[in-house]
Design a protein around this ligand. Structure first.
Ligand code: BG6
Length: 369
């Protein structure tokens, strides 16, 4: 069942090239046109959408944060991300021109389901990004875009997360195509880059030896911080969540720019900090700002573990360890930079002797509010 791996989580981490590939499969043609017939919302209705609200909980909500960066960039539609359980208790502004995108692996999370029901009552159109065929949230939504990650057994989500991000990209590109926001050539290029992601994830998996060694050496860590910026910010949040969920270590993710507004007070001698560095091919200023953050925390004694893009030499001088991921367009980076953080959490939790598949106090799908 575990395919020779020590846990379902390890197996599912290694299933990720297939989870992304299968989620992409059959959803575009050779000319680079998205074909999402399954969406079944009148294209004329989708063209009228003037606001998107992404609703989800836990890891799925971080997939939603990544989706916001991509959808706003490609579609120029204002996109909010909200924890589903916060949404309906604040009198949100929703109408028939709002597209509500829910993200849920199980399709049964009660908090997310109740938020979707509320949004529908208010007249919103609802699309579910879901990994479980025929589950409740897709049945109660106007449309569904299934992720094809296959069954996820480990409580802590890994392959479903990458598949959710992939599906959200497809949805964003489809809306951009429909609304004529970006040229078809650009869509074709992004699809070509997406199709190269599975083998790049494989490269990250194959190069994880030093990362696993680091994880095993950190069994006694009591706190680990994660910093990221732009699409690296949700990745930092997800890295921290994984560590809390399965290794029971206090962990927090921060937007790197927020460091000087508070979290830097936490840095003292020996504090481990993962930093997800933006690509130097993106906005140059972003890359250099995060490199300065690494210097700042290093100067205060932090242990700095850096996730960076292959070829980024600027980070080497300030990092105790650098874990490189292959090059890919900036917006697609989370599909690669998340993987080392999943591996780190899984390896550390198993080094502590914990059951990584069944963490204490957590359930795979929470069907109560
Ligand atoms: C939590 C799970 O309870 O629910 C998380 O422990 C998960 O792993 C979250 O991310 C959301 O679940 P779902 O099924 O709606 O994606």
């Amino acid at each position: 069942e575990k395919g020779g791996f020590s846990s379902f989580m390890e197996k599912e981490i290694h299933d990720q090239p297939a989870a992304v590939a299968d989620t992409l499969l059959g959803r575009s043609d050779t000319s680079g046109r998205l074909i999402l017939d399954e969406l079944r919302i009148d294209p004329a209705e989708l063209k009228k959408v003037n606001k998107i609200i992404v609703l989800a909980c836990g890891t799925a909500a971080y997939a939603g944060l990544v989706a916001k960066y991509a959808i706003e960039n490609w579609c120029r539609i204002p996109t909010e991300v909200e924890l589903a359980h916060e949404f309906r208790y604040r009198d949100p502004i929703v109408d028939s021109n709002t597209l509500v995108v829910s993200i849920s692996q199980s399709g049964e999370t009660m908090d997310t389901l109740m938020a979707v029901r509320y949004a529908r009552e208010q007249g919103a159109k609802t699309v579910s990004i879901c990994n479980t065929n025929g589950s409740t949230i897709p049945r109660e939504s106007d449309a569904v875009l299934y992720t094809h990650a296959g069954p996820e057994i480990a409580v802590a989500s890994t392959k479903a997360f990458l598949a959710q991000i992939t599906a959200a990209y497809l949805l964003g590109l489809y809306l951009a195509q429909l609304r004529g926001n970006i040229f078809s050539g650009q869509i074709k290029d992004v699809l070509a880059d997406l199709n190269k992601i599975p083998e790049k994830i494989q490269t990250v998996l194959d190069n994880a030896g030093p990362l696993r060694e680091l994880a095993r050496s950190m069994k006694d860590a009591t706190s680990v911080l994660f910093l990221g910026r732009h699409v690296g910010y949700p990745v930092a949040l997800e890295g921290a969540l994984k560590l809390k969920e399965i290794a029971y270590i206090h962990a927090e993710g921060f937007a790197a720019g927020e460091l000087k507004h508070g979290p830097i007070a936490l840095i003292d001698e020996g504090q481990p900090v993962f930093v997800v560095v933006p690509s130097p091919r993106g906005r140059e200023s972003l890359h250099s700002k995060v490199v300065s953050n690494i210097q700042e925390i290093r100067a205060r004694g932090a242990r700095t573990f850096v996730i960076a893009e292959e070829g980024d030499e600027a980070v080497r001088d300030y990092a105790e360890h650098v874990f490189y991921v292959p090059e890919t367009p900036v917006l697609l980076m989370p599909l690669l930079t998340t993987v080392p953080l999943q591996i780190f959490a899984a390896e550390l939790a198993s080094a502590k002797g914990y059951d990584v598949d069944q963490p204490r106090n957590l359930a795979k799908s929470v069907t109560v509010e």
